[in-house]
Write a protein that binds this ligand. Structure first.
Ligand code: GRF
Length: 187
């Protein structure tokens, strides 16, 4: 099996990145993480790029034309698939159109509910009975593309933002690899 050369976009902790790197070491996992793009210098996730010897680039607002810099790198590393993992920037139309149905994202809610930021606060404020995570294709609108996988759990009366985050992220580490396997099983 030829693995798809994949770029992971991050902005922060990179725990999903780490999980994908570890999963992609498995021979039968359909992608290889060939490049990491971070939107800032301080993203802790960059340490995983260093640790696992994966090329990385920081593309931030200081760059005059960040899209071109990103596209140039995607081309250089022959990237054919993109995973957003806690990437806090909007992906421009230019990139979305070029990689149609080849960019996926993970979001910590049951989409279409609670798009955007501060998800756990919104979930609790809305007195939801259940929550979870969603892996979806990226289109030109925020947290909006076709859904690939959702994972659900029930909220306890003593849950708070921290416990929800912990439970949601534990689910994400299963959902993201499963979604990737599902995509390539059908291609
Ligand atoms: C994840 O919970 C993901 O759903 C959201 O941002 C978080 C990133 O966490 N989009 P990490 O950087 O992968 O640890």
């Amino acid at each position: 099996m030829v693995k798809k050369k994949t770029c992971v976009f991050i902005s922060g902790q990179g725990s999903n990145l780490k999980n994908l790197i570890l999963r992609s070491r498995d021979k039968s996992f359909p992608i290889k993480i060939s490049l990491i793009i971070s939107s800032n210098n301080n993203a802790k996730g960059i340490n995983y790029a260093k640790k696992f010897n994966i090329p990385y680039h920081i593309v931030n607002a200081k760059h005059r034309n960040p899209d071109n810099k990103i596209l140039k790198n995607l081309k250089k590393f022959n990237i054919s698939f993109i995973c957003l993992a806690g990437y806090m920037k909007i992906i421009s139309n230019k990139i979305v159109n070029k990689f149609e149905k080849k960019i996926i994202n993970i979001h910590p809610s049951l989409l279409p509910k609670f798009k955007g930021l501060n998800t756990y606060t919104k979930v609790l404020k809305n007195c939801e009975k259940k929550t979870g995570c969603t892996v979806h294709y990226v289109n030109n609108k925020l947290d909006d593309g076709d859904i690939i996988i959702k994972k659900i759990f029930y909220i306890n009366s003593n849950d708070n933002e921290n416990t929800l985050k912990k439970k949601t992220q534990t689910m994400e580490y299963k959902a993201y690899p499963e979604a990737i396997i599902k995509i390539f099983r059908n291609r």
